[in-house]
Design a protein around this ligand. Structure first.
Ligand code: GDP
Ligand code: IMO
Ligand code: MG
Length: 422
């Protein structure tokens, strides 16, 4: 039985929190795509965990974790995150985390190239996390990438990395990068990494054979998907349902639920169109109340109202069977709450979600206004305790999305700050 958790907007919806909750009953938790550009926060009592490349299922003491073939893995981050979990008292994490031998290696070289490519874009820069994700996936697609399994053969790794470096030097001239240093670091990683490298098919089969509960933790989010997101202002992987299946070779007939994580308003980090963005006092209030700072880069997140046009589009692509609405508590103080219900271009309502970033930048918004509830919902864990207008907001979203049930509602960052309507 497989459950897939996917971000429905531009990321940072709260995927880490619901993954943590669901992983308590899962035997295997997998990351299927992306790399350490992700930043997933989990709050337990007074401990906060920030996950980047490691799957959030590591917090659940018996859950095994897999970083799948569709990912790009930066090894210094992998080891640094494991060390940070040691410091937070999590047990046996090293025995519970595996990486597919087919996953790509995200080198420090890729981060250097990410910076150079962004600099070359001038005003049209993507605003990447600067972690090297785009260049690493580009190398993969160009069939010159280096995979985790290559680490086991010192000669292969060295020659492939040297040839990548030579290629980039031909393209950029001087690079602020020393290949000898990176090769030397890999001498250390080789033995440390060996016990973690697996053939993911064999690992997954063991879990499938015992009908285990398998969880996939999506990273990034649908509007950052390389095909369906706001291209070119996207990340470089398939962040939707297709990527989840491809990245960990799941049996699609075993999928039990696809949980879309929806923030009760919208945020975005980096550049690109954001139709409901509020470049005003409302946006600032959402940013401050929601503590909207990127977990990976510390950048302020751009903020705006919930966008039903986007959410319907996201639902069409990811086929959510249930939703987790998060951060409802952040809307507690608003007199009224707006929700985008249509886009217009040149005065005409659009029938479908535009593929072009230029069109999206120019759409006029049609909003509906709902009354706020002006009372605190922080920490509420029962549906009947929510103020009536907050219940109406939830039901409004369910209705307009075509009846996909909102099964969980986040009312605060902690594990217990959740209404479970299952
Ligand atoms: P992810 O990338 O989708 O896992 O989300 P992030 O961890 O980057 O950002 C979500 C932030 O909101 C984190 O700081 C969470 O602790 C916090 N959070 C998650 N759910 C809720 C909620 O329902 N209410 C509040 N106030 N904070 C939440
Ligand atoms: P989580 O998993 C928010 C954004 C970057 C940038 C664009 C491309 O925490 O939801 P990249 O470094 O991937 O090439 O950057 O994508 N981005 C995210 N924004 N949350 C994320 O992940 C993101 N991962 C990438 O800000 O705009
Ligand atoms: Mg995040």
């Amino acid at each position: 039985m497989v459950t897939i958790v996917l971000g429905s907007q531009w990321g940072d919806e709260g995927k880490g929190k619901i993954t943590d909750l669901l992983s308590q009953n899962a035997e295997l938790c997998c990351r299927s795509a992306g790399g350490h550009n992700a930043g997933h926060t989990i709050v337990h009592d007074d401990i906060t965990y920030d996950f980047h490349i490691l799957p959030s299922g590591l917090v659940s003491p018996t859950c095994v974790n897999l970083i799948g073939a569709g990912t790009v893995v930066h090894l210094p981050s992998f080891f640094k995150e494991l060390a940070s979990l040691d410091g937070k008292g999590l047990n046996n994490t090293r025995e519970r985390v595996f990486i597919s031998d087919r996953a790509q290696i995200c080198f420090d070289l890729h981060a250097v190239v990410d910076g150079l490519e962004e600099a070359g874009l001038g005003k049209r820069k993507v605003g990447t996390t600067g972690k090297g994700i785009g260049p690493c996936y580009s190398d993969k697609a160009a069939r010159r990438g280096v995979r985790i399994g290559d680490i086991l053969d010192e000669g292969v790794l060295e020659s492939k990395l040297r040839s990548l470096e030579a290629g980039y030097r031909r393209r950029f001239g001087d690079l602020d990068y020393n290949v000898e240093d990176e090769i030397a670091r890999f001498k250390e990683y080789r033995n440390l990494l060996k016990p973690h490298i697996v053939d993911q098919l064999s690992l997954i089969k063991k879990f499938e054979d015992k009908s285990a509960s398998i969880l996939v933790e999506g990273a990034n989010a649908l509007m950052l998907d390389i095909d369906y997101g706001t291209y070119p202002y996207v990340t470089s992987s398939c962040t939707g349902l297709g990527g989840a299946i491809q990245g960990v070779c799941l049996n699609p007939t075993a999928i039990k639920s696809i949980v879309g994580v929806v923030k009760a308003y919208c945020t975005r980090v980096g550049s690109g169109p954001f139709p409901t963005e509020q470049l005003n006092e409302i946006g600032e209030r959402l940013q401050v109340a929601g503590r909207e700072f990127g977990v990976t880069t510390g950048r302020k997140r751009r903020c705006g109202w919930l966008d039903m046009v986007l959410l319907k589009y996201s639902t069409r692509i990811n086929h959510y069977t249930a939703l987790n609405l998060t951060k409802l508590d952040i809307l507690d103080d608003f007199d009224e709450i707006k929700v985008a219900v249509a886009y217009k271009l040149d005065g005409k309502e659009l029938e479908s979600f535009p593929a072009s970033a230029e069109a999206l930048e120019n759409v006029e918004m049609v909003y509906e206004t709902l009354p706020g509830w002006k009372s605190t919902t922080m920490g509420i864990s029962k549906w009947e305790d929510l103020p009536t207008n907050a219940q109406k907001y939830v039901e409004y979203i369910e209705r307009s999305i075509g009846g996909v049930p909102i099964k969980w509602i986040g009312t605060g960052p902690a594990r217990s700050h959740m209404i479970d309507r299952n």
